[in-house]
Design a protein around this ligand. Structure first.
Ligand code: ZN
Length: 560
């Protein structure tokens, strides 16, 4: 009886969550057009909210979606940029990201704390009484801050207690966002499992399909002599927008029996990197195409996926007929179906799987330590999703750690031991670079005497490099010695050839001033409305330091 109850209750908890439908309003006054859906497949993560278009502009008012209080503010150069979190009394928190600036008392609070901490980047946690918010209040203005590739509003919901991210569509937004268009299937890939042959291939192979009169899709017959699985490349489009958005739900059936399914209702941040196992990463690396695998070769903990014990893999037996069906849904229940007929057949293998063996076989479940010359590599358990032969070479000063076609889940430590032949001055400017063609990319490097190490989640080629060149400060937006009359801000551009800017400080007449850093335009900007500059002469000093502690000081003056 207990078991029976569990079977019935489990799906209710999973899919029947009662989210409030009328508690929240739109955060924008313009119609909501989606340029990014919840769970959409991004680099190393699933998208954690909805992205709303802002007519290609910044500065649109952002409204509090419900009553509550500002519980957290985070200002960062990357990621969400300027972000505000509002905690609501019903157990949920809404998040607004990539903002241009906050409004009113919130903005004053931010500026006050940035001056107090003498830092542009800050993270603040607030008490409920500090900044209470009413539904519909203007809290901020839309922008393009942080890791945003164009003006938009990132809008997110979380369970306040668990921080589990929830699809905002569940909170009544489905009603105000239009989507009458069905998802579109762009490609289907068949995966031979182990050493089976599928349509004459031991490698993953494209399966062609065509649209039927009833709007569903039918593929060519798939012939195999054993285990097989499938992947799809598919998108959704909303009524008013032409962006490729992600899917909401996918279900697969074998002869009518549910085989595998996933749905983007909710997930935790620490699951997000599993996207690199969720997609066919090798294919993504080669072709830039994100094919979602409708199976798990090795089980991994991604809560959006549920299915039977076969994890989507079909064991095709002689003298049996199979119909494999894929159902693809968007959040508005627009559905597309694909039928794949499967037949058992022995056939010639025309495309062979080629595995290049090396002495460095990785068992993904175990930790591994490899050493060669003065190089050591530490790989923790479950850093990789499956076993493979790693290519590990040391050639003069270049270390090859396979290549970035293999995704990495956890940090791998690479150490250059006993580095010799360099002066102390040179050693202090040494770092481990990733070699991208001839280009050197900085990695945060830890030094212990003559040993240098990095933690990395990207395989590739590495070498030691030195950076003794200080950052550049240029492109000043005022003329030295002139009186500023109409100007609203002072700005400079900053750049560093090798290792990127680590920190900067600016002073006006000896007082620390806030300069906002926008890495996309490489600009440091001080808003004169902060009111630090004085009537008469103003002396400006900016000190910029790179990751190897090379620093540049810029000094100038102007009049008010
Ligand atoms: Zn977003």
């Amino acid at each position: 009886m207990k078991l029976l109850l569990a079977v019935f209750i489990f799906p209710i908890i999973l899919y029947g969550q009662n989210y409030p439908q009328d508690a929240f309003q739109s955060p924008l006054e313009i119609p909501l057009d989606i340029s990014g859906s919840f769970g959409e497949l991004r680099s190393n993560h699933f998208h954690s909210g909805l992205d709303f278009k802002t007519s290609g502009k910044e500065g649109l008012p952002v409204y509090a979606t419900g009553d509550g209080y500002v519980s957290r503010i985070k200002i960062s150069t990357f990621g969400y940029g300027k972000a505000i979190y509002i905690t609501h009394p019903n157990g949920f928190t809404s998040v607004y990201g990539h903002l241009q600036k906050a409004n009113g008392a919130i903005q004053d609070y931010i500026i006050k704390n940035q001056y107090k901490e003498k830092s542009f980047e800050i993270e603040l946690f607030l008490y409920p009484t500090e900044l209470p918010i009413k539904k519909g209040e203007i809290i901020a203005f839309t922008g393009n801050s942080g890791g945003s590739g164009g003006p938009h509003l990132h809008f997110e919901f979380r369970d306040t207690k668990s921080e589990q991210i929830i699809n905002p569509m569940h909170f009544g937004f489905k009603k105000i966002i239009k989507d009458e268009r069905k998802p579109i299937i762009q490609g289907v890939v068949a995966y031979p499992i182990d050493s089976t042959t599928v349509n004459n291939s031991q490698k993953p192979i494209n399966i062609s399909f065509s649209k039927q009169a009833d709007g569903s899709y039918l593929s060519i017959k798939v012939k195999t002599n054993g285990k097989i699985a499938f992947g799809i490349n598919a998108y959704d489009f909303c009524t008013n927008a032409y962006n490729k958005n992600g899917l909401y739900k996918v279900k697969t059936y074998l002869n009518g029996v549910l085989q595998y399914q996933y749905g983007f209702d909710s997930f935790a941040f620490d699951e997000s990197r599993f996207i690199n196992n969720f997609i066919d990463y090798e294919r993504f690396h080669e072709m830039g195409q994100r094919v979602q695998k409708l199976f798990q070769l090795n089980e991994y903990p991604l809560s959006i996926v549920s299915g039977n014990k076969k994890n989507g893999i079909i064991n095709v037996q002689p003298n049996s007929n199979y119909t494999y069906k894929v159902e693809i849904y968007d959040f508005h229940d627009n559905k597309v179906e694909l039928i794949i007929p499967i037949e058992f057949a022995f056939q010639e293998t025309k495309i062979k799987k080629n595995i290049q063996k090396t002495p460095y076989y990785i068992k993904a479940k175990n930790e591994s330590i490899f050493e060669k010359e003065n190089i050591s590599v530490y790989i923790p358990e479950n850093a990789f999703y499956s076993n493979f032969y790693m290519n590990f070479e040391v050639n003069k000063d270049v270390v090859t750690l396979h290549d970035d076609s293999v995704p990495v889940q956890k940090n791998i430590t690479l150490t250059f031991n006993d580095v010799f032949g360099l002066s102390e001055e040179q050693l202090s400017k040494t770092y481990i670079a990733t070699l991208d063609g001839y280009k050197l990319e900085y990695n945060k490097t830890y030094r212990k005497g003559n040993n240098f190490s990095i933690k990395t989640k990207t395989l590739g080629k590495f070498k030691l490099a030195q950076d003794s060149i200080p950052p550049r400060i240029y492109n000043v937006n005022f003329v030295e010695g002139k009186t500023l009359t109409t100007q609203k801000n002072i700005s400079v551009s900053v750049s560093d050839l090798h290792s990127d800017i680590e920190n900067y400080n600016a002073f006006l007449n000896g007082k620390w001033i806030l300069m906002e850093y926008d890495y996309k335009t490489k600009k440091l900007i001080h808003n004169l409305e902060d009111g630090i500059y004085v009537t008469g002469r103003n002396d400006l000093k900016i000190v910029v330091t790179d990751n190897l502690q090379n620093s540049t000081t810029f000094e100038s003056f102007f009049f008010k």
